[in-house]
Design a protein around this ligand. Structure first.
Ligand code: ADP
Ligand code: ADP
Length: 228
């Protein structure tokens, strides 16, 4: 599903964010990316949806050659991915329903399918009764659930999340992790960068630890491995 070979990323200012990284993530995996601030986690995540390109090496995501694809192919890459950020990134002047439906409008889905799938994913995240609300009327946890609904509405093969619980209290964070668990059980691959030691230690999923742009640990059922 994700194959990185000898991937390095050096930013224009000379910062080496990733240094000869090799990773294989298979369909159905649930992977935590951990490491100190500045280790390279966000760079790793951003390359998966081609927000950043590797400086060298090869990267295949969902069968697509990320390094050599034409810019016109990038939307097709991103269609197969659901991306979730720490700060939710909802459209403030659209309702919950419209925020989620927007992801389907972009791919020109038929109206009836849109209605059905938006309602279905709002059920998955437990927000069907809030479909008329605007983001400002929701708690942080609810906003993140809308972001998850938007990320999964087009049935992506991979959900990519960068610190999705970073702004949430522990209880709300577990609500979010329950949803990720259910999405993963339904077959979706999940790649999640996080600083949340309790979540990583409790979930006992695959853990990839990055330090100074190097993968220093890759365990099938790992712990966080750092002090909180
Ligand atoms: P993390 O997500 O683990 O905090 P990042 O991937 O954001 O790590 O950063 C890895 C390294 O790359 C850091 O040294 C950071 O300063 C640098 N870096 C990240 N983004 C940029 C950028 N756009 N331009 C220059 N340097 C960057
Ligand atoms: P065209 O539309 O003219 O075919 P592309 O945008 O597809 O041009 O890019 C041509 C080449 O440049 C491809 O090999 C592509 O991978 C590479 N490329 C595209 N976007 C970027 C980018 N943001 N940074 C570096 N290389 C890029």
């Amino acid at each position: 599903m994700i194959h990185m070979r000898d991937v390095s990323k050096i930013y224009e200012n000379g910062a080496v964010a990733l240094d000869h990284v090799n990773v294989d993530i298979e369909a159905g995996d649930f992977v935590f990316i951990v490491g100190a601030s500045g280790a390279g986690k966000s760079t790793f995540i951003k390359m998966l949806f081609r927000e950043e390109l590797p400086t060298s090496g090869s990267l295949f995501v969902n069968g697509r050659d990320v390094v050599h694809m034409k810019r016109s192919e990038v939307p097709y890459l991103r269609r197969g991915l659901g991306v979730i950020f720490q700060d939710y990134r909802l459209l403030p002047d659209k309702t919950v329903f419209e925020n989620v439906a927007f992801a389907m409008q972009v791919i020109e889905a038929p109206r009836r399918l849109m209605q059905r799938n938006v309602n279905a994913v709002l059920d998955v995240v437990g927000l069907r009764d809030k479909f008329r609300c605007f983001p400002s009327q929701l708690s942080g946890g609810e906003q993140q659930r809308v972001a998850i609904a938007r990320a999964i509405v087009n049935d992506p093969a991979i959900v990519i999340a960068d610190e999705p619980t970073g702004n949430l209290d522990p209880e709300t964070s577990w609500d979010i992790m329950d949803i990720f668990n259910r999405i993963n059980l339904a077959g979706t691959t999940i790649v999640m960068a996080t600083h949340d030691k309790t979540i990583v230690d409790t979930m006992q999923r695959r853990v990839i630890a990055i330090e100074d742009g190097h993968i220093v640990r890759d365990e099938a059922k790992g712990g966080y491995g750092y002090e909180a």
